[in-house]
Write a protein that binds this ligand. Sequence first.
Ligand SMILES: [Ca+2]
Ligand SMILES: [Ca+2]
Ligand SMILES: [Ca+2]
Ligand SMILES: [Ca+2]
Length: 508
Amino acid sequence: MEPGDYCIKFLLPEDAVVSPADAGSDDGADSDGVAEGDVVRDGVTYLAVKTVATTLDAGEQDLTWDQGIVPPVLPASIGDRVWSDVDGDGVQGDGEPGIPGVIVVLERVVDGEQVYVTETVTDADGEYLFEGLEPGDYCIKFLLPEDAVVSPADAGSDDGADSDGVAEGDVVRDGVTYLAVKTVATTLDAGEQDLTWDQGAVPPKDPVDVQISKTVELVSPSVAEWTLTVKNLSDRAAKGPIVVIDQMPAGLIYTDAQAPDGWVCTPDGRDLDCILDGDLPANAEATIVVETSVDVPAGTKLTNNATVAGAETEVTNDNNADDASISVPADDEPITDLAISKSARNADSAGNVFWDIEVTNISEVDAAIPKVTDQLPATLHFVSAAGNGWKCDDDGQLVTCDADEPLVAGASVSFTIETSVDAEPGTVITNSAIVSTASVERTEENNSSSAQISTADESQPIGQAPRSPVAFTGANSLRIALAGMVLMLVGILLVVVRHHTRRDTGAR
Ligand SMILES: [Ca+2]
Ligand SMILES: [Ca+2]
Ligand SMILES: [Ca+2]
Ligand SMILES: [Ca+2]
């Protein structure tokens, strides 16, 4: 080139960020152009950047005119989900839905302080995303409902599927209290998209209800067998460990226990502890049989209490304890066993109900005279009571019937109480009877029985003949159904017979 004054113009991409000019002290290393404005060439827009003029002398080579472009900083992003951790395992499982409408706050670590940056709300799928972020250190704060149960953090091995926040405490926003849950700080590099920051909340569950019931059988005058039945009355598992404590009174000596798989029974002083380490499944029942020997004088009454407790708050604790008792017999006393059953029978035209009561000696040992008591509810009125070999009295609502002789092994005796009914239509009436004897019994669990009736519903179609004033439920309805089926069969047979007869005569 001829010697003279020259300047350089660089045509950079339209959105280029121009380096500052004349930085530093080395003119061979700095940037020299200054942005001038846009220039269009062949339809393309450029950013024109121009140096000052410089003088080139004859023979001079000047290589100090350079232009820097600051590369664009790629923004980072972070996300992305708040979900309902239905099974509470801290992992996003199939079918666990997102939670919409949760406030999510982005904080940045600046000089060691966590500083509010911005916030958003999870969408219909429970998802959130902070975009266009400068690289740096960030944490996420989720504002969950005040009573939320937070999923355990960092469960499992997949960081994209786990829950990350840890409860920090309550936060009030516009009068609403939230539970703030926060993640640790994480570094976002330029251009990085990190979608592994999620938060689980365990939905509230209906409380469970576990119950225990206890019965006892006298195996011999000195051996009693206690049956403890633990039941989960809920439609979901009751969280374990489930602890049963059988509290033995003095005089009762533990000898053995049988429990289902998973249960471990260990004597603990006078008590026997039986523990299920795991959960008790929905509606499951576990039966523990405890054998004891008896070491007290005959005639002593021993009451044995048992309790059950799970790991959760229950609907009620009223059914978490039960007891059973024995009266200890003399060593040589024979053990018998009476059982009672009661059923209700058709009302007569007056609407009276017949209650049939049968007492059976189900043992191989004769029993002293059986005595039955029947406490009538207010809706029933005594009419009569009779049975072969029975003598009955009524004292207001209490009906007492004594057999007139002992009940030998294997034998049954029965009698019937007739009552009138005084109740609104649609009333369910339960009537119980209890048998007792002076003899020692193996068990008294089978010494009471009840039957039920319901009075007819008034709302029957107009024009139909009035039905019996009493409808039957329970065991008795089966008998009526059977009788109905027999009648139907007889009817069908009659039709068939008539049909045959007609065809035979017609053929002649
Ligand atoms: Ca889960
Ligand atoms: Ca994670
Ligand atoms: Ca309970
Ligand atoms: Ca009995």
